[in-house]
Design a protein around this ligand. Structure first.
Ligand code: HEM
Length: 145
């Protein structure tokens, strides 16, 4: 059962995908990155947090180690799910829920957007390395990170 969300309607969601040129072919290509995502998720997320925690204002968002472990684990799951190939209503609902959660903890958008920039920096070299080992096609990863 499809439903609209208060922040972003489904029509608006489709329009945003159109805006960035995200097509069904992009969705399919993302599924080809699943193996790389699984192989590299630990090193990416560990490095992500190391980079975030260089900044005390980000470290202080986490009260204790237990929470860090829990959120890292959720972050790893999130990263792998990016390659599931379905970016419809359920995907939108999850993204909005995570967005609300970060709003609730007071994480300013500049940190959140910056966090994605670091993500990109960490993912791309791993993607190139893993794909160049097996194939001239960038979207065919090997089994190592
Ligand atoms: C690339 C951007 C980010 C993504 C994709 C992301 C993703 C996630 C995910 C998947 C969760 C778990 C949600 C759940 O429990 O269901 C989460 C929770 C959390 N994130 Fe992020 N996150 C990002 C950036 C950040 C940054 C920069 C910080 C601050 C250093 C941060 C702090 C937190 C905290 C404290 C929670 C737990 C909140 C709670 O359970 O009360 N996140 N994040």
């Amino acid at each position: 059962m499809f439903r609209d969300h208060p922040e972003v309607s489904l029509a608006e969601w489709e329009r945003r995908k159109q805006f960035v040129g995200f097509t069904a072919e992009d969705a399919r290509l993302l599924t080809e990155l699943r193996q790389m995502a699984v192989n590299c998720v630990d090193s990416i997320v560990e490095e992500l947090y190391r980079r975030w925690f260089l900044f005390p204002e980000l470290r202080s968002v986490f009260p204790d180690e237990t929470m860090i472990r829990r959120v890292k684990s959720a972050q790893k799951q999130y990263f792998i799910e990016l390659t599931y190939g379905d970016y419809g209503e359920e995907y939108l609902a999850k993204r909005l829920q995570i967005g609300r959660l970060h709003k609730r903890i007071g994480l300013a958008p500049r940190w959140y957007v910056g966090a994605y920039s670091i993500y990109t920096e960490l993912v791309f070299p791993r993607w190139w390395r893993s794909s160049s080992r097996t194939s001239p096609r960038p979207a065919a990863p090997s089994s190592r990170c």
